[in-house]
Design a protein around this ligand. Structure first.
Ligand code: PEP
Length: 256
């Protein structure tokens, strides 16, 4: 299986800045057959970047998309409308769930729409600090994972990516708040166990499971060395070209 290094730019950069930054990244990033590099710029930058992209080096992802294909949904942009621009779409990011009110049902429909349109969903799941404190991590992960996949046929499971992103570990600089490899391994094991129990070992062998939450150059090697971790979803550090390209080099070394 490939190792995935995915940059989530969130709501950063103007269209012009996105284009300049993407140019910088394309110059820095080397292409490796076993490493899939993906960046998710803001929706408005997708079209110009799709003209700039060298898909041997970097693939494009959307950060969100609506599940209906077309119609009276003012302000929304559908998976069908972006499918000529991107290969991937982040779905159910914790900021969408917790700031913008996205539900497990929305996530399920968006995942189904992505697969239907030939786009690989990167499905984000993860517990909040409160849920973790209350011992609800297993229940939250089970609910988010299985409900997001409930419209997906077993034979399509290799067309989705799961990203474990504990909400409490996102965008933190405090080491006490960062997830340790042991914390992460416990949940990655749980995800693999739930997928295997539901779909069977053979079916889930090709479903990548990533980790995301304050990944940077200093911890990328440790996170990528966790058994069952097939890559990283990176927010803040993906906005700094040398940091992002160094993480790709670390992935190459860890997988060598
Ligand atoms: C994210 O938003 O998906 C993320 C992991 O952010 P950060 O790397 O900044 O924690």
């Amino acid at each position: 299986m490939k190792t995935y290094i995915v940059g989530n730019w969130k709501m950063n950069f103007t269209v012009g800045e996105s284009s300049l930054y993407f140019h910088k990244l394309l110059q820095r990033v080397k292409s490796y057959r076993d490493i899939e590099v993906v960046v998710a710029p803001s929706l408005v930058a997708l079209q110009p970047l799709s003209l700039q992209v060298d898909r041997h080096k970097i693939k494009l992802a959307a950060q969100n998309a609506y599940f209906q294909d077309f119609g009276a949904y003012t302000g929304e942009v559908s998976v069908s409308q972006i499918r000529s621009l991107v290969d991937y779409c982040i779905i159910g990011h914790s900021e969408r769930r917790h700031i913008l009110g996205e539900t497990n049902k929305d996530v399920r429909k968006k995942v189904a729409a992505a697969v239907r349109n030939g786009i690989t969903p990167i499905i984000c799941i993860g517990e909040t600090a409160e849920e973790r404190k209350n011992g609800e991590t297993t229940d939250v992960i089970r609910d988010q994972l299985l409900s997001s996949l409930s419209e997906i046929a077993a034979e399509d499971l290799s067309k989705v990516i799961i990203a474990y992103e504990p909400v409490w570990a996102i965008s933190t600089t405090k080491s006490a708040k960062m997830a340790t490899p042991d914390d992460i391994k416990e949940v990655l094991d749980l995800i693999h166990k739930l997928l295997t129990k539901t779909y069977g070992e053979k079916t889930v062998a090709d479903t990548p499971v990533l980790y995301g939450g304050s990944v940077k150059v200093s911890n990328a090697e440790a996170y990528l060395s966790i058994p069952g971790c097939d890559g990283l979803l990176i927010g803040g550090a993906s906005l700094i070209a040398p940091e992002f390209s160094d993480i790709i080099e670390i992935a190459k070394q860890v997988r060598a």
